[in-house]
Design a binder for this molecule. Sequence first.
Ligand SMILES: [Zn+2]
Length: 212
Amino acid sequence: MGFPYFNIHSHFRDKQNAAIFQASSIQEDCWFSFGIHPWDSDSNSDFGVFHETLKHQNCLAVGEIGLDKLSGVNLDSQIQIFTRQIELSEEFQLPVIIHCVRAWNELKLLKRSLNPTQSWIYHGFSKNNILDEVLAEGMFVSFGQRIMNDQDLLKSTLDVPMNKIFFETDNKQVEIEQIFSAFANAKQITLQELKKIQFENFKRVFKKWKNG
Ligand SMILES: [Zn+2]
């Protein structure tokens, strides 16, 4: 049996693969994630549409949400909007796709205090120096295009337990197959083995996903 390529986070529609589209509204024809990005986390953030959007059968995750110290948005208000969305992810039993820029300590403390039951996935991971800590907090990590041209990062992916790793194209013009190939080569496993492992991870974490 052939497994699809799982792409857990894409800003483009990726109909060839089993992909989660980063959407700003309900999508009737593809899997999607939905949430308020930290860049948009001001006091005008509208939670009115969350309930009907998150309960939609195609909504697989809350995201991307998180903390970003490079954004102009006040950190307290980011934390407030993030926390509210974590509560919704717990209520709707949806995993979370996390955007975290220069705010790992704050995120770690929030993870500990909120103590979520749902999986948190640190997307677009690129910070080798915090990888051990992120894994120690029980988070998943998702890697993108960067592993194709950053040898140190590619090497650090080899330390991630296979049941904690995902891959994504994010907002890059790259095929998910290329990212899978880069990792499979480095890990010295076949593409087919990797696709099977990703299938197991994906169905375990994105519980609303139905194959076919
Ligand atoms: Zn993104």
